[in-house]
Design a protein around this ligand. Structure first.
Ligand SMILES: *Cc1c(COP(=O)(O)O)cnc(C)c1O
Length: 438
């Protein structure tokens, strides 16, 4: 140990942390901060904190299937790996192709759309549609649909940013077809689109009325429906047991287009179960107009995203819901979860409720099974070598197994067993930790 008058050099302290595997400059930062704080011994946890700040796999035991803080839908790391890909190459004639010819037509095929294109997220999809089709012109939207979704996606502000002029119709709770018609027919009107927005993350109930897409489709201007969640088909042909009850009422791309919407926009990482992306699907000429707009280039996704999205689209076309982690987790039978909870051998099995999350299906619960440990152990679970994100309910830590991949059960079991033994060696009574609850 260096005497207090001569602290270790930054460099030697940084070198002593080499076993963390972090790059030397990050270790130098940790060493420098530790020495500046007059506590060289703290360099180790400072380096560990820098390591924990890196993007890394975590076990989602929250029961929130589309957890915004955990990247929404779980995605597999997919096939092209560390290699080039034919992102913009036509392999037939060796000429330049389009990245929009990869996942997009597969998603169009799966949703019954004439054409589709992919951008960075659904917010970008809405901005691009409005900028490409309605810049400087009027867009009619119901006052009941002027919503905010997620952090700061506000329909009135998005409309303004796109350069379109918003014409509000109806009231917060009730909008009728005649309201839309009056706005379109008023003297001096310049309505170029009707925008219908799914109020994904909240519900208006009681004395309400809104206008369905099929009625709007007949009144003149093209109808754009921002359905948000990315449910491709309400009949869920990719699920052997058909649509789960908890999906009821959620708008789907195929049915919205069949009802007459000219375009739909939706997220890639909500109920679609893919990577972060936004999809614009519908009439080919309108999709082409979006693709031609200069903003399309700024909003285009990269090859990693298109590759992951292609895998998801192929699974839909194969009607293989189990190939899409979100759907596999969402529809795992309770018996299977119960069996896994019992087999974990740590914590006590409890019934709990999962949710879809990600601003979809508010208030809708999916029955689930978890394991519980008394007390709040969430910080300890997050700090492990393979971080586990769990919930605390009434002073009990609950790990919901619906959102845990079965291949992670062994790791979760060890993390929970670690809690129990740490508690034992700290002298607390086991009874306090694992006492059964009514
Ligand atoms: C979630 C959502 C959005 C925003 O989607 P991102 O992919 O997060 O940009 C837009 N509109 C609706 C209706 C949504 O549900």
């Amino acid at each position: 140990m260096a005497p207090p008058s001569r602290p270790p050099s930054v460099d030697s302290l940084a070198r002593s942390l080499a076993s963390t595997g972090l790059p030397h400059p990050l270790l130098v930062d940790a060493a420098r901060e530790a020495i500046a704080a007059g506590d060289p011994g703290s360099a180790e946890w400072r380096a560990a904190a820098a390591g924990r700040a890196l993007l890394q796999p975590v076990i989602n035991a929250t029961g929130v299937l589309l957890h915004t803080n955990l990247g929404r839908a779980p995605v597999a790391v997919t096939s092209t790996g560390t290699t080039y890909a034919n992102l913009e190459l036509d392999l037939d004639d060796g000429r330049r192709g389009s990245r929009q010819d990869r996942a997009a037509p597969l998603l169009a095929r799966a949703s019954g759309a004439e054409a589709a294109m992919v951008v960075n997220n659904c917010a970008a999809a809405v901005v691009l549609v409005l900028a490409a089709l309605a810049r400087g012109r009027e867009v009619v939207v119901s006052r009941g649909e002027l919503v905010e979704i997620g952090g700061g996606f506000r329909i009135p502000e998005v409309l303004e940013q796109s350069g379109a002029r918003m014409v509000e119709v109806g009231t917060t709770n009730r909008t009728r077809l005649a309201d839309y018609q009056a706005a379109i027919d008023r003297p001096g009107a310049d309505v170029t689109l009707v925008l219908k927005v799914h109020a994904s993350n909240y519900r208006i109930t009681g004395f309400t009325e809104d206008v369905a897409v099929d009625a709007l489709a007949g009144i003149g201007p093209p109808v754009v429906a921002d359905i948000g969640s990315g449910l491709l088909d309400a009949t869920t042909p990719w699920l052997r047991s058909g649509p789960p009850a908890w999906l009821a009422g959620e708008p789907a791309a195929r049915q919205t287009l069949a009802a007459g919407a000219h375009l739909v926009t939706f997220s890639g990482d909500k109920l679609l179960g893919g990577p972060q992306a936004g999809i614009i699907a519908g009439r080919a000429d309108l999709v082409a107009a979006c693709a031609r707009h200069p903003l399309a280039r700024a909003l285009r996704p990269g090859g990693l995203v298109l590759n992951a999205l292609q895998e998801v689209a192929l699974a839909y076309l194969r009607r293989h819901g189990d190939g899409i982690p979100f759907w596999r987790m969402a529809t795992t039978p309770l018996e299977a979860l119960r069996g896994r909870a019992a087999a974990l051998g740590a914590g006590r099995p409890v019934a709990c409720a999962a949710v879809t999350g990600g601003g979809t299906l508010p208030g809708v619960e999916i029955s689930s099974v978890g394991v519980a440990v008394d007390g709040d152990h969430t910080a300890t679970l997050r700090a492990g070598p393979r971080p586990v994100v769990a919930r605390v309910v009434d002073g009990v830590t609950v790990c919901d197994l619906r959102t845990v991949d079965p291949s992670d059960d062994a790791v979760l079991s060890r993390a929970l067993a670690g809690l129990l033994s740490a508690n034992r060696s700290a002298g607390d009574s086991d009874a306090a930790l694992v006492s059964p609850r009514p």
